[in-house]
Design a binder for this molecule. Structure first.
Ligand SMILES: Cc1ncc(COP(=O)(O)O)c(C=O)c1O
Length: 391
């Protein structure tokens, strides 16, 4: 099967958060949206066929997951990520990964407790902690030899008797790191010593751009398995975010029961029927599509890298090991964050995510979504080059 990632598809009439409200949200009707993490590619035909078949049966009532759903997830985690032996009863569900980490905050801490994050990081992590009345403790990533690394000494120092959990992003959005086994081992060691829960958001686990493998945190050791709550979904991998279905894998019985209590209390046990159907099809039949997607994304990253190196060398691109969201240091443009944001919106007509949104360490950065046809990426880079040359 030939999959097409080059065709530009008009999404403006589909109530797309990314494309349909550009004028209302930015004031610039023809702005190129390259912010929110969804892809401008049509879904794998194997998933579309499964959805069509389900839509054709016109009763959409409460729906249970089939053995095929569970086996699909279990086999995928084993085959692609080396996590063998996941049991069906370890798998719980939430309507999205953001809901999942909000529930985890509620399940494993009390108001006033402390939760650690590693900024710059995905901004809903901050909201999940603050909106639930918990306290944020920042363990910022450090840049060493041009690459982001974790600061274990700082982490250990900051964990006290009120600290309950760390929210780990693996692979990391927005810095694009795919954590190595050794790095995760050190993290687990600190979390074990200090006895805190590890919430591992692995939504980007399949989107590996560099020559490396994603390591699920739970596979580091038996101890890691017993203190890790893992969030996984097909929403980023297969571009199904609108179908709001995700999985929470919790091997430890007590942690699982605490999480399930929150799910029951919020009455969110039933997620979207089409999300369930799509995930089952994606894990059963979507792998060939994913391989072609990854080749295309690697090509886009290479194109971006070469373009910046030759035409805009003042912008510093960090190595993109995972995700499709390169992280670019724009400090050489000599603006403050507000002016940089305005410049991208009004002068370059590019709707990116301002680095400052991701907290400490994000100032003067921009996050660019390259999951689009290469012609759109080229257009974006040409707009940027023109705006910079005229400024
Ligand atoms: C790290 C991370 N977690 C969660 C999400 C969103 O998850 P969902 O749409 O399933 O709530 C994103 C989306 O970009 C993300 O980058």
């Amino acid at each position: 099967m030939i999959y097409d990632f080059d065709t530009v598809i008009d999404r403006t009439k589909s109530s797309s958060v990314k494309w349909s409200f550009r004028k209302e949200r930015t004031g610039v009707p023809d702005i190129l949206p390259m912010w929110i993490a969804d892809m401008d590619f049509v879904c794998a035909p194997e998933i579309v066929d499964a959805l069509k078949e389900r839509v054709a049966f016109p009763i959409y009532g409460y729906t249970e997951r089939t053995p095929g759903y569970y086996n699909g997830l279990i086999n995928w985690m084993s085959k692609r990520h080396g996590w063998n032996g996941i049991k069906k009863e370890w798998i719980l569900f939430t309507p999205g990964v953001v809901a999942g980490f909000n529930f985890a905050v509620q399940a494993y801490s009390h108001p006033g407790d402390k939760i650690i994050i590693q900024p710059p990081c995905y901004y809903p992590f901050f909201d999940a902690i603050v909106n639930n009345g918990r306290r944020i403790v920042e363990n910022p990533l450090k840049v060493v030899d041009g690459s982001y690394v974790m600061d274990y000494e700082d982490l250990e120092r900051k964990i006290d008797g009120r600290t309950r959990m760390i929210i780990l992003c693996s692979p990391h959005n927005p810095v694009g790191r795919v954590w190595k086994r050794g790095e995760l081992e050190k993290l687990v060691e600190v979390c074990e010593k200090k006895d805190i829960v590890i919430l591992s958001d692995e939504i980007h686990n399949d989107l590996i751009i560099g020559d490396m493998k994603h390591v699920p945190t739970a596979t580091i050791s038996e101890e890691a398995m017993q203190r890790t709550v893992t969030l996984v979904a097909t929403s980023k991998t297969f571009n199904l975010a609108g179908l709001t279905n995700s999985n929470v894998v919790i091997p430890d019985k007590r942690l699982r029961e605490e999480f399930q209590n929150v799910v029951e209390n919020n009455r969110t046990k039933n997620t979207n029927i089409f999300g369930i159907v799509a995930q089952e099809a994606a894990y059963a039949k979507g792998e060939p599509w994913l391989e072609v997607l990854l080749t295309y994304l690697r090509g886009n990253y290479q194109y971006l890298k070469e373009y910046l190196a030759t035409k805009l060398p003042q912008l510093k691109l960090y190595p993109l090991e995972g995700t499709y969201l390169p992280w670019i240091d724009c400090s050489a443009l000599g603006m403050n964050d507000k002016d940089l944001s305005e410049f991208m919106l009004k002068k370059a007509k590019l709707w990116l995510d301002d680095g400052i949104l991701f907290g400490y360490g994000g100032s003067m950065f921009m996050r660019l979504n390259i999951a689009c046809p290469r012609s759109i990426l080229r257009e974006a880079l040409e707009r940027l080059e023109k705006a910079i040359s005229e400024s």
